[in-house]
Design a protein around this ligand. Structure first.
Ligand code: ZN
Length: 298
C-alpha cells in the first residue's frame, strides 16, 4: 500500500533541496540543485526539472498528495513570493508553476515559517504547545507555531525578529534601521565583525584559544541574547530552536546566548527559557514544507 507522501522543496538563494516526506515522517530521496548563475531565469527551470524527475521516481511506492515549498524570502498570505534576493524571482508563480508541471496541489511558505512547522510537527521535542524557530545563516528570521497554527500576521510577515534593534550603537542595516539582530548576529555578521571568512571560522578560532576572536564572539552573544529575550517575552514558547548553518555550532552557540538572554529577562521568567539547536538539523524546512500539504496531527 503506497504511503501518502509530500514532495518538498527548500529553495534558498544559493541552492534548492528537494526530498520526499511521508506522512509517517520519513524523509528520503534528498537531491540538490545549485544556483550557479545567481539568476532565477536559469535556476527556476532547473528546479522544476528536478521536481518532475523526483515525482516520477517516487511512484508507484509513494502516493504523492501535494508539493510543499519552503522559500528563502518573504511570502505573502496567498503564497506569492515577494523576494528580490536572487534576480529574476519577481513575478515567478512558484506554487502555480510546480502545480501545473506536476499535476499536484502546491503550497508555498516562507522558510522560517516552514522551519517552525517542521520542528513543531516532526521535531524531537515531545509534548509542546508553542515553538519559535529562528534561522541563523545569511540572515535571521523566525516562525511561530502555537497549538498547530502558524502565526502569520496581517500581511503574512510576522516573525521578522531579525530586524529588531538589539544594539542602538550597532551597524547600519539595509532595512533602514541600525543594530538589527540580523546585522549584529547572523552568520554573515559573525564573519564581518570578526574579520574571519565565516561563522564557523570564528567558532574554530575561539575553540583554539584565540582571545581576540573570543572577545568578538562574546559581544555577538550579548547582542544575540537581547534578541532572544524579546522573543521569549513576546511569545512565551515551550522552546526557541535555532536552525540554519550557524546552528551547527550546537551548544557552543545556544548555551552562551541563553545565558546572555537571561540577563535581559524578567527575573521570574528566566527559568522558562529553553534555547536549543534545531532537532531536524538542516532539514527542518523540508519537513515543514511537507506539513503544508500532509495535514499532520498530533
Ligand atoms: Zn534591519
Amino acid at each position: 500500500m503506497p504511503t501518502p507522501t509530500a514532495l518538498t522543496l527548500d529553495i534558498s538563494g544559493s541552492r534548492a533541496m528537494l526530498a520526499l516526506v511521508s506522512a509517517a515522517g520519513e524523509l528520503t530521496d534528498v537531491t540538490e540543485v545549485r544556483n550557479v548563475t545567481y539568476n532565477a531565469a536559469e535556476y527556476w527551470p532547473a528546479i522544476l526539472d528536478a521536481a518532475a524527475a523526483l515525482a516520477v521516481s517516487a511512484q508507484p511506492r509513494s502516493e504523492l498528495v501535494g508539493v510543499g515549498v519552503s522559500f528563502g524570502g518573504p511570502v505573502d498570505r496567498d503564497g506569492n513570493v515577494i523576494s528580490v534576493h536572487v534576480p529574476g524571482w519577481a513575478g515567478v508563480d512558484v506554487g502555480g508553476g510546480l502545480s501545473a508541471r506536476l499535476g499536484l496541489p502546491a503550497k508555498v511558505e516562507n522558510d522560517a515559517n516552514c522551519g517552525a512547522l517542521g520542528e513543531y510537527w516532526f521535531g524531537h521535542w515531545g509534548q509542546v504547545h508553542t515553538i519559535v524557530f529562528m534561522t541563523c545563516s545569511t540572515g535571521i528570521g523566525s516562525g511561530i507555531v502555537s497549538d498547530g497554527w502558524l502565526f502569520k500576521g496581517a500581511r503574512g510577515l510576522a516573525g521578522e525578529v531579525g530586524h529588531n534593534t538589539v544594539n542602538p550603537l550597532g551597524r547600519p542595516c539595509v532595512c533602514g534601521s541600525r543594530g538589527c539582530l540580523e546585522r549584529q548576529c547572523s552568520g554573515s555578521a559573525m564573519g564581518e565583525r570578526s574579520g574571519l571568512p565565516h561563522a564557523k571560522a570564528l567558532f574554530d578560532a575561539v575553540a583554539s584559544g584565540d582571545e581576540q576572536a573570543r572577545a568578538v564572539l562574546e559581544a555577538i552573544f550579548e547582542d544575540y541574547g537581547r534578541g532572544i529575550a524579546a522573543v521569549q517575552h513576546a511569545y512565551d514558547p515551550d522552546l526557541i530552536t535555532i536552525g540554519g548553518g550557524v546552528s551547527l555550532a550546537g551548544a557552543a552557540l545556544t548555551r552562551p546566548v541563553a545565558e546572555q538572554a537571561r540577563r535581559w529577562m524578567m527575573r521570574e521568567r528566566r527559568e522558562h527559557l529553553r534555547l536549543e539547536p534545531a532537532s531536524l538539523g538542516l532539514h527542518s524546512q523540508l519537513y515543514g514544507a511537507a506539513a503544508l500539504v500532509l495535514e499532520p496531527r498530533r
